[in-house]
Design a protein around this ligand. Structure first.
Ligand SMILES: O=C(O)Cc1cc(O)ccc1O
Ligand SMILES: [Fe+2]
Length: 446
């Protein structure tokens, strides 16, 4: 890939350049002069490139929600071959791809990586765990894991069903996208807009992580209300790629379209964009830059203060999906049970753990595993965590070396057959609350 005139053809890991800012209007050219000046589609574009518009919102969407990018490419995307169905039984879509959901809390042991003899790339390694909504209805989301041991070779993925929020848990990834290259490691996340072609290269032998396939409104930063103009995920910490292009071909393009996967063979690489400008772009974000807010008096606040990105639904404050993190932070509340309270929520909660321990479940919820607490399913700290937090001396306490996250949705999730019968389900999960005995006693009457 060539990122500018002087750069070497292959950029070593860690050396990528980025542009900064969530939702910014960027412009970038791998070859100076490739971007037209003062107009988007001149009669003949510079360097004989083809202008192509990619929109991520209706033309008439409000300005604040409007997303589009102009791509200047060596051949337009329309130069392709016909698509045939591609078999990917584990990547199911929406509630219809699931099985009946029990009203129980569910938890999964770490999902196993494929054996080395079997080559599995990012596309083939994606497995839906839980999903709601429907991609054709542009509502809801799926939580998936990817479990892979090979880079995608001469192969690209384009998801027209949803935006993909990639949360690596083990192993770094290089995303080669139409807009350029992004390197992401565990602790960072990547956001690939609906409809953007990308390829995933592994930086280590294996990779495991989570994906939110968001069928609904694109993720955006949450409003900050009384927090003010700074804090939580700050816009400048989101990084966009600079333009890069290659001439390698042929390519197999896998498209997710209408809940199905499709494949073709084409003589053109999708990664032939020499310059682009606009605000529709893949992004990466390092969760270490999240400015965490918490209680400095008493009580355990609602976890909405940890929202990194939100995909709104048509009901204000009731998200299609919130992406929430539980990063390292200080707990200083006085006279407070500091871990999460016991609760039954309207919203449905899918959680994963990147590394370390989660304070409500120090054992049993393990990095690379997951949990599901669906709408109105009771949950909270396990018996050991309850006992420890009820009796500890409340000095300031650092929750360190930990990163958990939650995909929270207004719609109940259905688990998939893989989630229920694939071998990772923790059938003993409910036992973690068995030790919560009735200690009630009435005070002796004087
Ligand atoms: O259930 C969970 O562990 C997630 C969660 C965390 C928290 O601090 C408060 C509510 C909540 O659902
Ligand atoms: Fe919860």
């Amino acid at each position: 890939m060539t990122t500018d005139d002087s750069a070497p053809a292959a950029t070593p890991p860690g050396a990528l350049r980025y542009q900064h800012g969530f939702g910014n209007q960027f412009e970038t050219e791998a070859v100076p002069g490739a971007l037209p000046k003062g107009r988007n589609s001149p009669q003949r574009a510079p360097l004989r490139l083809y202008p192509e518009l990619l929109s991520g919102s209706a033309f008439t969407a409000p300005r604040v929600e409007n997303r589009r990018t102009w791509l200047y490419r060596r051949q337009p995307s329309v130069v392709t071959g016909a698509f045939q169905p591609y078999d990917a039984p584990a990547w199911t879509s929406g509630a219809a791809g699931g099985v009946p959901v029990p009203p129980d809390p569910l938890r999964w042991h770490p999902f196993p990586l494929p054996a080395d003899e079997v080559a599995v790339d990012f596309v083939d390694g994606l497995k839906t765990l839980v999903a709601n909504g429907d991609p054709d209805g542009q509502t809801g989301m799926a939580a998936l894991v990817y479990l892979c041991n090979r880079s995608m070779q001469q192969r690209a993925l384009m998801n027209a069903d949803g935006e993909m929020l990639i949360v690596p848990q083990q192993g770094g990834l290089r995303l080669v996208t139409e807009m350029g290259l992004l390197d992401v490691v565990p602790g960072e996340i990547a956001l690939v807009p609906r409809g953007v072609n990308f390829r995933v290269e592994l930086q280590e032998l294996t990779a495991r992580g989570y994906v939110c396939e968001n069928y609904g409104a694109p993720f955006r930063l949450p409003e900050l209300g009384p927090i003010g103009s700074n804090g939580l995920a700050n816009p400048r910490d989101f990084q966009a790629p600079v333009a890069a292009h290659e001439a390698d071909a042929p390519y197999e393009v896998i498209r997710k379209y209408g809940g199905q996967l499709w494949r073709n063979q084409q003589a053109v690489t999708p990664f032939n964009v020499v310059a682009w400008h606009g605000n529709l772009t893949p992004l990466k974000y390092d969760t270490a830059t999240f400015m965490t807010i918490g209680s400095i008096s008493f009580d355990h606040p609602d976890p909405s203060i940890f929202t990194v990105l939100t995909s709104p639904s048509d009901t204000p404050g009731t998200a299609n999906c919130d992406f929430v993190i539980f990063p390292p932070r200080w707990l200083v509340q006085e006279d407070t049970f500091r871990p999460p309270w016991y609760h039954r929520n309207l919203m449905s909660e899918f959680m994963g753990l990147i590394h370390g321990q989660y304070d409500a479940k120090p054992e049993g919820f393990r990095p690379g595993g997951a949990s599901l607490h669906n709408s109105h399913v009771p949950h909270g700290p396990d018996a050991d965590a309850f006992e420890a937090a009820s009796t500890r001396t409340l000095t300031p306490q650092k929750l360190d070396h930990t990163l958990a996250f939650m995909f929270e949705s207004r719609w109940r999730f259905r688990p998939t057959a893989y989630a229920m019968n694939g071998g990772a389900l923790d059938t003993q999960y409910a036992a973690c609350w068995r030790g919560l005995h009735d200690h009630f006693s009435t005070p002796p009457t004087p």
